[in-house]
Ligand binder design. Sequence first.
Ligand SMILES: Cc1cc2nc3c(=O)[nH]c(=O)nc-3n(C[C@H](O)[C@H](O)[C@H](O)COP(=O)(O)O)c2cc1C
Length: 324
Amino acid sequence: MKIGDLEIKGHVILGPMAGVTTLAYREFMKPFGVALSYSEMVSDCGLVYENKKTYEYLATSDVDRPVGIQLFGFDAEKTCRAIEICEKEAQYDVLDINLGCPVFKVTKTGAGSAWLKKPNDLYYYMKKICETSHKPVTAKIRLGWDEKSINVFEVAKGLELAGVKAITIHCRTSKQGYSGVADYKAIAGVKETLNVPLIVSGDIFTLEKAIEAVEITHADAVMVARGGLGNPYLVTQINHYFETGEKLPSPDVLTQVGYAEESAKKLIAQKGEIIAIRELKGLIPHFFSGFPGYKKIRMEIVMNVQTSDQLFALLDGVRSRMSL
Ligand SMILES: Cc1cc2nc3c(=O)[nH]c(=O)nc-3n(C[C@H](O)[C@H](O)[C@H](O)COP(=O)(O)O)c2cc1C
């Protein structure tokens, strides 16, 4: 598929996840076949008011590309000033606008999924953004604000008319947050009304879910978010299936240990030991989920690991036991 003039080679887009899709995580995931990644969401105000931490979210690398920067905001003038900053400070390929975040801190300002309540205003906001950005603009939405106001067909068409070059739909309402099941049927037919690519998001935890999502929605690509945590090979399985029709077996624990080590090394190198270990306590246990008998290891990582030496020793212990 193409986003504007940008060729997207593959079937899997890595979903933005605040606190997770750091540059280190994106670099780790890329070789598994990620066609396009997104930064975690970046506040337009944070950039405009020169918040140092916000600028750190703009970091990308050659390995990381093609990559999108995702902004959220509520005021066209501010978002457009933030876009100018991105274009000056960051190396990236796509600009994404977050229209799906359900978090109250964001929606109370009118940003994120609050935009879904005002499709008319949203059209003018996005039009201004598309006119300002020199990079193709994509947008990430949900089904609607709540079950009584599902307006995904209307919003998606409005975004295309405003100049958006691809649309991701997370198949839940804002009110659902991350609970319940992603409803792919709710967007069946949207693709046929659009001339820009559609990316389907929500519950892509297995190859089977990716197949189901594409069969129902006819989306051009799937977005892997939580499903990729501790299971990067899912990206390879999805790509391989859509290219060949074959289903690759899932990796064994030994391979998972190798992936866990690799992701840990990347994060420690980029963020330093203290911050990285804190974040890795959230990430590394995922590599052992779905494998019976690894609950103790997962607990130990969360409760007892304080240093990188401890983490690598623990992972090495798993490997030694497996190789006996
Ligand atoms: C911890 C976390 C952080 C997220 N942060 C963002 C974000 O910054 N921007 C965004 O558009 N979506 C964000 N999402 C939503 C995901 O990109 C994705 O659309 C959603 O999780 C549904 O996909 P999944 O069920 O496959 O995880 C986040 C999700 C999670 C779980």
